[in-house]
Every structure is written in structure tokens, then in C-alpha cells.
Design a protein around this ligand. Structure first.
Ligand code: ADP
Ligand code: ADP
Length: 228
């Protein structure tokens, strides 16, 4: 089944920039899809609309069958967003910050679930550390833990490895593989083909607001004559 249905989506900003132009895409439950495109292609705009943060000028988005505009609260509960910028409470303990985020969604406390999330992100040993004491890679994992706090079905990762070094990039790829094993549907943006190839089952290529193509990774790599 499709967890997200994007239908003829367009966005023109007040400045006149056409950031998205008639984008349609269905995302299947459990898949990892990479939205690949250069800076300014429209990737963040697309994610922001699906998460209900930006209002489209045309078209519709459904998450779990709920229209993001008319059923925002229900749709939003199914989504976790990991933003590009690291923004976490520096002096709060890791476990508390994740549990607190869960509360923001109006969900009852669930220590067993929070433990599961922290363990799957290799943060359990650091649960009582203040986030300011953590390495850059761990801080990024705390952001992911916060995005998972309310047990969403879909996780968005906006440029998860922008500006990070090789070791940290590999660590992030590993984290994504682990999340897939946990059954989370993942949508990530990147401007590196290598990263899309490494992490995703399906790759959508976006440029100048248009979804140029969206294929299973194996098909796409075959077309470009790459070895499997
Ligand atoms: P990407 O994430 O692929 O880099 P964006 O979605 O951020 O692309 O941007 C797509 C286009 O929309 C760019 O031309 C960008 O300058 C423009 N844009 C993005 N946000 C705004 C905004 N709030 N107001 C006006 N133009 C914007
Ligand atoms: P900058 O070019 O200023 O280093 P970028 O955002 O372009 O910043 O790069 C982010 C990180 O991705 C950098 O650490 C860069 O080394 C790395 N990177 C560069 N090219 C690729 C590639 N083809 N695939 C994956 N990662 C890459």
C-alpha cells in the first residue's frame, strides 16, 4: 500500500519562483526513497509541503490517507522530520529530550519504546548525557531519535549528510539501514548520486521543480551502465 500520495503538486513562492511544477509520486510503505537533485531543485519545498509546513499552490498530498491540509493533525502524527540544522536542547539529557518530544505530540509516555529508539540508534549508553557533551554524529542521531519519538510511520531526512565528513556519512548510512530493518518508511534528500545509490531502494530525480524520473535503484543504475 501507499503511505504517501502526491498528486499534481505545485508551489510558486510569492517571489515568483516556481519551486515545484506538477509533481506526482506515490511512496510505498516500508521503502526508502531518495530525492536527488542539485541545490535549488525543490527538494526541501517538497518535503516541507508533505510535512504541512508550506502550503502548496496546487495539487494534494495524502499521508496514510489523510489530506495534509484538511486533516493536518492526523497526517502529522504519522510523520517524523529530521531537519538539516542541528537544533537540540544543549543541557537536557538525551533520554529526556526524546521523551519530552513525544509529549509534544500528545502521546502518552512509553519508556519501553523510547529505550528501543535509543538502542537502535546506539544512544542508549548516552541516555543520561547532556546533548552538548555529544559528538557531531551522536547529535545527529539524537535529532533522529526526536523525530521518531511519537512512533511515526514515515521519517524524512533532509540532506542528512550535508557538510559531514566521510566517517560520519558512513555512520548515517548505517543508521538508515537499521531504521529500515525497524520497518520505518524513509524519504531523504541528497545532492549526491553516490548517497542515493547507497541508501535508497528508489531514486527520484528532481530539477527545477520537476520530478524528471523515479525508478527502482537497480533499474536506474542499469540505465546508466553501472555495474551492480
Ligand atoms: P532544494 O531543497 O532542492 O535546494 P528548495 O526547495 O530549497 O530546493 O528551493 C527551490 C527553489 O525555491 C529555489 O529557487 C529557492 O531559492 C526557492 N525558495 C525556497 N524557499 C523559498 C521561500 N521561502 N521564498 C521564496 N523562494 C524560495
Ligand atoms: P563542501 O563542498 O563545502 O564540502 P558539500 O555540502 O558540497 O560541502 O559536501 C558535503 C559533504 O559531502 C562533504 O564532506 C563532501 O566531501 C561530501 N561529498 C562530496 N562529494 C560527494 C559524493 N559524490 N558522494 C558523497 N559525498 C560527497
Amino acid at each position: 500500500p501507499n503511505i504517501i500520495e502526491i498528486d499534481h503538486l505545485s508551489k510558486a513562492y510569492a517571489s515568483g519562483t516556481k519551486a515545484l511544477d506538477d509533481v506526482s509520486l506515490d511512496i510505498r510503505e516500508g521503502e526508502i526513497i531518495a530525492l536527488l537533485g542539485p541545490n535549488g531543485a525543490g527538494k526541501t519545498t517538497l518535503i516541507s509541503i508533505i510535512c504541512g509546513l508550506v502550503v502548496p499552490t496546487g495539487g494534494t498530498v495524502r499521508v496514510g490517507g489523510f489530506d495534509i491540509r484538511t486533516d493536518y493533525r492526523k497526517a502529522r502524527k504519522l510523520i517524523g522530520l529530521v531537519p538539516q540544522e542541528i537544533a537540540i536542547e544543549p543541557f537536557e539529557k538525551v533520554a529526556n529530550t526524546v521523551a519530552f518530544t513525544r509529549g509534544l505530540y500528545g502521546e502518552k509516555p512509553d519508556p519501553a519504546y523510547i529505550e528501543q529508539v535509543l538502542r537502535s540508534l546506539s544512544l542508549w549508553e548516552k541516555r543520561d548525557a547532556k546533548t552538548i557533551e555529544l559528538s557531531g554524529g551522536m547529535k545527529r542521531r539524537v535529532l533522529i531519535a526526536k523525530a521518531l519519538a511519537h512512533r511515526p510511520k514515515v521519517l524524512f531526512l533532509d540532506e542528512p549528510t550535508a557538510g559531514v565528513d566521510v566517517a560520519l556519512r558512513r555512520e548515517m548510512w548505517q543508521v538508515v539501514r537499521q531504521l529500515r530493518a525497524d520497518g520505518v518508511t524513509i524519504i531523504l534528500t541528497t545532492h549526491y548520486l553516490e548517497e542515493a545509490e547507497e541508501m535508497a531502494d528508489r531514486i527520484g530525480v528532481i530539477n527545477r521543480g520537476k520530478l524528471l524520473l523515479c525508478r527502482d535503484k537497480t533499474d536506474l543504475m542499469g540505465e546508466f551502465g553501472r555495474k551492480q
